[in-house]
Design a protein. Structure first.
Length: 310
C-alpha cells in the first residue's frame, strides 16, 4: 500500500471522484473536496482556455478558504485530467496553467504521460495515469508516474476488459506506488473491497454523474437512474476507442452497433468527442445500483457510513 502524505492526511475516505468529460466542473470538485474526497475534472471541460485559468483560481481560493474556516475537518486536494493524446492541441497550454496554479494531482489519460510527469513533479504535484492493461501499466511506471489507475471491465468511459481480482495484484507485484481501482464501484463496501484487493484508492465515476452538482443534463441523470447493467453497451462506434454507453442514448443518437455494414473508421480526436458525448451518454455497469441523485455531501456521507460498516 502506498499513499503520499498529501493524500493520506487529507482524505476522509480513500476515494477519488473520477474526471468525466462534460460532467465534472468546479461545483462538483469543490463539493467533493470539502467532503474529504479527491475531486477532479477534465481540463477540456473548461472552454475556452481562459476559463481553465478562472476555474483553477476559483477552486484554489474556495478550498483554501474552506480549510481555514474548518481546520478540524479534512479538505481533500483536487485533480485535473489531461488528455495526452497527440490530437489534443491544447495540451501544452493546459500544462502551463496546471504549473501556474500548482494543481496538486494530475490525471493523464489516452496516451503517454512522459512529458507531463516532469512538468508536474517540478512543483511537487502528483501524476496518476489511466491504464487498461499490464503493458500500459508497465509503460506508465517506467515514465515515473506516482500512481496508476486500473480501469477495469464495466467502467464508465473508455473502459478496459481486465478483471480487478488479477489486475490489482499483478500491478502491485511490480509497483510500490499508488494504485487506484476503477470500474463499477458504486458504494462504500466496494471502496473497502478495493483496499482489501491491494488498491490504495477507489476511483468512482458513474456514481457521481447522478449528483446535484454534476453538469449532466437532467435527462442523462434520469436515464442513468432507470438503466440496468444490461443496458450498458461496449462499443468503439462513438469515438474510435472502446467505451461504455447507455443503450437508450445510442438509440436516440441513431447509432446502431449491430449494423456491420457501417465500415466507417473512427479516429479519436477531442473535438469529435465533444460533439459525440453531448448526445451519447457514457456510464458504467454500476448503473444497476444507482437510483437517486443526491447532493455530493449526502452521497459521500452515505459512502462513508457504508465503508465504516464494511
Ligand atoms: C461520462 C463519463 C465521462 C468520462 N470522461 C473521462 C475523461 O474525460 N477523462 C478520463 O480520464 N476519464 C473519463 N471517464 C472515465 C472515468 O474517469 C472513470 O475511469 C470511470 O468513470 C470509472 O468507472 P465507473 O464509471 O464505473 O465508476 C469518463 C467516464 C464517464 C462515465
Amino acid at each position: 500500500m502506498s499513499l503520499p502524505a498529501s493524500l493520506k492526511d487529507n482524505l476522509a475516505l480513500p476515494l477519488v471522484a473520477a474526471p468525466m468529460f462534460l460532467v465534472s466542473g468546479p461545483k462538483l470538485v469543490t463539493a467533493t473536496c470539502k467532503a474529504g474526497v479527491l475531486g477532479t475534472f477534465p481540463s477540456l471541460n473548461a472552454r475556452p482556455i481562459e476559463q481553465l485559468d478562472t476555474w483553477l483560481d476559483d477552486i484554489n481560493k474556495d478550498l483554501t478558504e474552506h480549510k481555514t474556516n474548518n481546520p478540524d475537518s479534512k479538505t481533500a486536494p483536487y485533480g485535473v485530467n489531461l488528455i495526452v493524446h497527440p490530437t489534443n492541441e491544447r495540451l501544452l497550454e493546459d500544462v502551463a496553467l496546471v504549473q501556474k496554479h500548482k494543481v496538486p494531482v494530475v490525471i493523464t489519460s489516452v496516451g503517454h504521460p512522459g512529458k507531463v510527469v516532469e512538468a508536474v513533479h517540478s512543483y511537487g504535484g502528483l501524476v496518476f495515469h489511466d491504464v487498461i492493461n499490464m503493458r500500459h501499466a508497465q509503460k506508465a511506471i517506467e515514465a515515473g508516474v506516482d500512481g496508476v489507475i486500473l480501469v477495469c471491465a464495466g467502467a464508465g468511459g473508455h473502459a478496459g476488459l481486465m478483471n480487478p481480482f488479477t489486475f490489482v495484484p499483478q500491478v502491485r507485484d511490480m509497483f510500490d506506488g499508488t494504485i487506484l481501482l476503477a470500474g463499477t464501484l458504486s458504494n462504500g463496501r466496494a471502496i473497502k473491497a478495493a483496499q482489501v484487493l491491494g488498491a490504495d484508492l477507489a476511483y468512482m465515476g458513474t456514481r457521481f454523474i447522478a449528483t446535484a452538482e454534476a453538469l449532466a443534463d437532467d435527462g442523462y441523470k434520469t436515464m442513468l437512474g432507470e438503466a440496468q447493467s444490461k443496458d450498458i453497451i461496449y462499443t468503439d462506434k462513438v469515438s474510435g476507442i472502446m467505451a461504455n454507453f447507455m443503450q437508450g442514448s445510442l438509440e436516440s443518437a441513431g447509432i446502431d452497433i449491430s449494423d456491420t455494414s457501417d465500415k466507417k473508421k473512427f479516429k479519436f480526436a477531442p473535438e469529435d468527442e465533444r460533439k459525440a458525448w453531448k448526445h451519447v451518454w457514457s456510464a458504467g455497469q454500476g448503473v444497476g445500483e444507482i437510483n437517486d441523485s443526491p447532493s455530493v455531501g449526502d452521497l459521500i456521507a452515505r459512502l462513508k457510513s457504508e465503508y465504516d460498516a464494511a
